[in-house]
Design a protein. Structure first.
Length: 312
């Protein structure tokens, strides 16, 4: 099938057929919108069917491989409605001259607020007490207050900086590790950058806001270095955490709780870790707020129009 030069595929799960006013700007500019898999991620086979006819791709978190890109000779731009591009084969995209754009910072506030919410829910044991009460059991579990405790923030970019400020606002001391710390980031309160080793040893709660690495950042050794009884939150990438090591740390008491919003595949396969009574799991909702979807969609649309209006 030859390239249809005015077709754009729209696949984020937060956007469905006619689902957001910002998409009207694409139609007003003369583009036809294709919603191939409303409400779910497309499979590789589906991508191979719909992308050959597209010039633009407003993409969700689905993998975009070299094979998929090779099947789309008319594709000029992939515009993510988020910040992550680890699901895109960037080398293959560059080789084919396909621009890859992101909505930088669009979901930062939503993810930051979720990280803090998951921390508080874990430290106050909200999910198990809610479940017990709904089942007719009056089960009270002693929790911990966060004021005066230490929050460790791994990754101090747009999301991490918001988490820092929220933690300080709760009366916490906050320590951050970043590979490239910004010396101009000096929020009011008990905040400082530190080493990863000192962060793990001193934090009552650790929250991850960094890009993926070649191997898990939180592995058996990292968990052994953490303060006993700490709480771990991951709203960044599933690959940052060794699930088996986290399960062991929960069982032996090194961790009092773990909360995650991210998975190797969505939805995740049933696994022991996610069914553990001291694990809170949410279905990748960090950026799924009305405000974040609004910002991300408008940024993604603007990026598409900017690239596609430049002559190829």
């Amino acid at each position: 099938m030859g390239a249809v030069t005015n077709r754009i595929a729209v696949t984020p799960r937060s956007l469905s057929q006619g689902g957001h006013p910002a998409l009207a700007a694409l139609e007003a500019a003369g583009y036809d919108l294709l919603f191939p898999t409303p409400g779910r991620q497309p499979t590789r086979e589906e991508q191979l069917r719909f992308l050959p006819s597209c010039v633009g791709y407003l993409a969700g978190v689905e993998p975009i491989t070299r094979e998929v890109l090779a099947a789309a000779p008319g594709l000029r731009v992939i515009s993510r409605n988020g910040v992550g591009v680890d699901s895109v084969d960037l080398t293959a995209a560059a080789e084919r001259g396909v621009a890859v754009e992101t909505a930088a910072g669009a979901n930062a506030q939503g993810v930051a607020e979720l990280a803090i919410a998951l921390m508080l829910a874990g430290l106050r044991h909200i999910p198990p007490q809610d479940t017990a009460l709904k089942a007719g059991r009056w089960q009270r579990i002693e929790g911990r207050e966060v004021a005066g405790r230490t929050l460790g923030v791994v990754g101090c970019g747009q999301i991490g900086r918001r988490v820092v400020r929220l933690g300080l606002g709760l009366g916490m001391s906050v320590r951050a590790f970043d590979a490239f710390p910004d010396p101009e980031f000096t929020p009011a309160g008990d905040f400082s950058y530190t080493t990863m080793e000192d962060l793990l040893a001193g934090a009552d709660a650790v929250t991850l806001h960094c890009p993926p690495a070649e191997r898990p950042l939180i592995d058996k050794a990292a968990l052994a270095a953490m303060r006993p009884g700490a709480h771990l939150v991951n709203t960044a990438r599933a690959s940052l955490v060794d699930d088996g090591a986290v399960l062991d740390a929960l069982e032996d008491g090194r961790l009092t709780g773990y909360a995650t919003d991210v998975y190797d595949q969505e939805p995740p396969e049933p696994q022991e870790l996610l069914h553990h009574p001291r694990v809170i799991s949410t279905p990748h909702i960090g950026g799924y707020t009305g405000e974040s979807v609004e910002r991300a969609t408008r940024a993604a649309v603007e990026n598409l129009l900017r690239v596609l209006t430049v002559p190829s």
